[in-house]
Design a protein around this ligand. Structure first.
Ligand code: FES
Length: 273
């Protein structure tokens, strides 16, 4: 393989950079497994989230103030008024999710995420499906043209995602207040809290966050606070892929639990009533 790669230097410009191998790949391992798993996992999640975002029901448990993150902030005129802490200003129509003010930005945040880009470029566009496996496409322009040029906006979606994480944090703490104003604590609170902690971990492990905190500095020694934050974020950043998947799981689980309690399928397991 190395020898073939060396041959590339003698090829024409049009094919420069491409190894002249007729076989699609010389890999003999199960290279197709990660892209296939990503394809199945991401498709399943998107289908679940889309259905839930549009169903406009079983998203809030008034007694315990549990609000699913898929409906936060609840800003539609159709929202339960007790779930709308940030006003109601979106029309109540079936094609507009109650949290349509936040969901598109969360989607764009994840869509432009460095990790998810790798995952869906490989699993959906096969561009390429894996290292040392040729892609089926003829041309390759990377992210230099529209629409992929828009991936550069990731940093701005990161800022918006930070604001939405603050709202999710507010929801998680507000859920400690029962509808009668007393303090309450149940399994739903644990699930909401774990979800929001992991959402923060995913958000601040973002590559853009790491650049914002530690970038444009010539001397770390002159910025000890930023250096310490950068070291912390860098450690989380190494787990970004795991956090990306874990938060998909906790988001779906949190939503499912609140839906199950709201629909009356199960009671909330109360620890302090
Ligand atoms: Fe993944 Fe920013 S790189 S969220």
């Amino acid at each position: 393989y190395q020898n073939k790669e060396t041959d590339v230097s003698s090829t024409t410009d049009a094919s420069a950079g491409r190894a002249q191998i007729t076989a699609r790949t010389l890999r003999t391992d199960r290279w197709w497994l990660p892209p296939l798993a990503n394809f199945v996992g991401l498709t399943a999640w998107v289908v679940y989230a889309t259905v839930r975002a549009f169903v406009q029901d079983d998203y809030f448990v008034p007694e315990y103030n549990y609000l699913t993150p898929f409906y936060s902030p609840c800003v539609s005129y159709g929202c339960d008024p007790h779930a709308s802490h940030f006003g109601q200003f979106l029309p109540d129509v079936w094609w507009l999710p109650y949290a349509a003010a936040s969901l598109p930005f969360l989607l764009l945040f994840r869509l432009t995420c460095y990790y998810y880009r790798k995952a869906y470029y490989r699993s959906f566009w096969l561009s390429p499906p894996a290292c040392a496996v040729a892609e089926p496409h003829k041309g390759y322009s990377g992210e230099t043209r529209f629409p992929l040029l828009g991936q550069n906006l990731h940093r701005y979606f990161f800022y918006i995602a930070g604001i939405i994480s603050l709202i999710n944090t507010y929801d998680a703490f507000y859920a400690f207040v029962r509808s009668d104003g007393s303090f309450g604590f149940g399994l739903g609170n644990v699930i909401l809290l774990v979800n929001v902690v992991l959402l923060w971990a995913y958000t601040i492990s973002c590559h853009s966050c790491r650049s914002i905190i530690g970038g444009r500095l010539n001397h770390f020694s002159k910025h000890p606070a930023r250096y310490r934050m950068w070291v912390f974020v860098s450690k989380l950043n190494a787990k970004h892929m795991q956090l990306a998947w874990t938060t998909l799981a906790t988001l779906a689980l949190t939503d499912f639990y609140i839906m199950a309690v709201a629909a009356g399928w199960i009671p909330d397991l109360r620890i302090i009533n």
